[in-house]
Design a protein around this ligand. Structure first.
Ligand SMILES: [Zn+2]
Length: 118
């Protein structure tokens, strides 16, 4: 359950932001998930929903946006889009490429329901 620990991490990050910025409820969270990150968006969504009860995410809408995976071929240096690491270069048909983008997960937006202005 890889996604369960990521969901916990998302919750931890948002709880720290809540402490720092003084909000108590989150209205919406936007998370970008790279296609090469090995994170299944549906599973992550489910895992966050499962954790959200009695937290500041209880009423939050979770929006997960996929980020296109991008690889650069080791042989011909061509960059191409891919949803998997195990692929051959569309230009030279050889395998072996490094990740340029789309291998991570990040919270891109937290919309809060109310902020306590002091
Ligand atoms: Zn190539």
């Amino acid at each position: 359950m890889h996604e369960a620990s990521l969901a916990q991490e998302v919750l931890n990050i948002i709880e720290r932001a809540a402490t720092a910025e003084g909000f108590t409820q989150v209205k919406a969270v936007e998370i970008e998930v790279g296609q090469l990150s090995c994170v299944e968006p549906e599973a992550l969504h489910f895992a966050i929903d499962a954790l959200a009860a009695n937290t500041l995410l209880e009423a939050a809408e979770i929006v997960i946006r996929p980020v296109i995976g991008r690889l650069r071929c080791h042989h011909c240096e061509i960059e191409f889009n891919s949803t998997t690491l195990y692929t051959v270069c569309p230009h030279c048909q050889q395998s072996g490429a490094r990740i340029v983008a789309g291998d991570d997960m990040q919270i891109t937006e937290i919309e809060v329901l109310e902020v306590d202005h002091v």
